[in-house]
Design a protein around this ligand. Structure first.
Ligand SMILES: [Zn+2]
Length: 449
């Protein structure tokens, strides 16, 4: 496909910034500066501010001529018709919910960037070959209802509807936590349509998102062409020793679970470093936890990540072997170590056609910018460190993602920031990718009846 077949349409920077911040009036929290846009967000899924932004989103989409529908997980689909409306739409999606101490860009940019794309198409009276739309996925953060990307998971039929509906809120400050279904009902977003790719198929799913890490900024680059999401596993590791008196038990006679567990946490790090992965311990609990007694038990978590499934397995094996060695040979009288797998998320590889159109669009959009990068490349291919709704859509339709720079790599924090210029560049790349994919569909005969 030649570049000339797709018109060089661009997102409107000022308009995108305006609608993005307008949408953030619902759930704004944690101010850090004097400007009205200098706040974070606390828009928890299905709370009153989420209802308000949903109402606002539907009104905005309808005013652009979109047909809006809601499914039984509260996912909102706004579709702009094209020439061939019997074919499934290309969807641009992300989420409008945030962490309790979240920022104004994570998820929000993807949905509002999608709206801006539709506005540009309208401005230019551009008729796409197939329909094009925007989706707001419910509870992507998993902050209020503890399963991330749960609603795209139901759509992809990877998460049972009943399990999702029965999830109980974990952020409630009262004694009777509500379920997702109760809250969907309360705010009027328990739609009638089945949440399923079977009855509501997509031609493709493109997600614009802030990087949430430091790589683009560190490399002075503007766009990440995301090829996939790294594999990760979560473990709960229990180390059992013996509780005994801190003053009367000589070092040689100890079964010190804390000392052993600390050595294990420290041992995982060089394994990750050598194999090019990541290991993290975020929870470390000691029992009974007093000053003058060795703990009999330590429970800690180990999160391991790598781009390749095989290398992740190798990291796991090496950690298991090393922890065993520490338990038997490097812990005085020895301790017991047990592993429990909590989460197993294999690496995700996005669709080559989707990646290619994002790359073509990024090349085109970046070619118009001052060429400030030493290697002359303002975009890069990259892997996502975090999970997204796109991981689920990828199991049912061609999918890929676009990343924009994130100031200081900080996300899930009120000061999370992506400049208006970078937001607009991302939306322009999204627009170009969607138009190229739309053309590709026509060329390969998706619409032949
Ligand atoms: Zn997100």
């Amino acid at each position: 496909m030649s570049q000339s077949e797709v018109p060089a349409l661009r997102a409107n920077q000022a308009r995108l910034a305006e609608i993005l911040h307008e949408s953030c009036q619902f759930g704004a929290a944690h101010p850090y500066g004097s400007d009205t846009t200098e706040t974070g967000m606390a828009r928890l899924s299905l709370d009153d501010s989420d209802k308000a932004v949903r109402d606002w989103f539907i009104k905005s989409a309808e005013s652009l001529g979109c047909k809006v529908s809601v499914d039984e997980m509260g996912n909102i689909f706004a579709v702009r018709p094209g020439k061939n409306n019997d074919a499934p739409p290309i969807m641009m999606g992300s989420h409008l919910d945030t962490q309790p101490t979240g920022g104004r860009y994570d998820g929000i940019l993807g949905v509002l960037g999608g709206l801006e794309v539709l506005k540009v198409l309208n401005d230019n009276s551009y008729e796409t070959e197939g329909p094009v739309g925007v989706v707001d996925w419910t509870n992507e953060e998993g902050a209020r209802f503890p399963k991330m990307a749960v609603s795209s998971g139901v759509w992809a039929e990877q998460v049972p509807l009943k399990d999702a509906w029965n999830l109980k809120e974990v952020t409630a400050n009262h004694d009777s936590p509500k379920t997702m279904k109760e809250e969907l009902t309360r705010i009027g977003y328990l739609g009638k349509n089945p949440a399923s790719y079977r009855s509501n198929p997509f031609a493709a799913h493109f997600e614009l998102h802030i990087e949430q890490g430091p790589i683009l900024e560190d490399q002075a680059q503007k766009i990440g062409v995301v090829e996939g999401v790294q594999a990760f596993k979560w473990f709960e590791i229990t180390v059992k020793g013996r509780d005994s008196h801190a003053g009367t038990t000589p070092l040689y006679a100890r079964k010190d679970s804390v000392l052993s567990a600390a050595r294990m946490v420290a041992a995982a790090n060089p394994i990750a470093k050598r194999l090019g992965g990541l290991t993290t311990t975020g929870i470390f609990e000691t029992k009974p936890g007093t000053v003058n007694t060795m703990a009999h038990t330590v429970v800690f978590t180990l999160d391991i990540r790598h781009m390749k499934n095989e290398t992740l397995s190798q990291m796991e094996e090496e950690c298991r072997a090393e922890f065993k060695r520490i338990a038997h040979e490097d812990s005085e009288k020895g301790v017991e170590v047990e592993w429990k797998l909590l989460v197993d998320s294999p690496a995700v590889e996005f669709n080559p056609d989707c990646i290619r159109v994002v790359e073509q669009s990024a090349t085109d959009v970046c070619s118009a910018l001052p060429q400030t990068h030493p290697d002359g490349k303002l975009w890069r291919r990259m892997i996502s460190g975090a999970g997204h709704d796109s991981c689920y859509t990828n199991t049912r339709c061609p999918t890929s993602m676009i990343f924009t720079p994130t100031k200081d790599g900080i996300s899930h924090n009120p000061v999370e920031y992506c400049s208006a210029e970078d937001c607009a560049l991302g939306a322009s790349v999204l627009l170009g990718a969607v138009l190229r994919y739309d053309k590709l569909r026509a060329e390969r005969g998706d619409f032949a009846s």
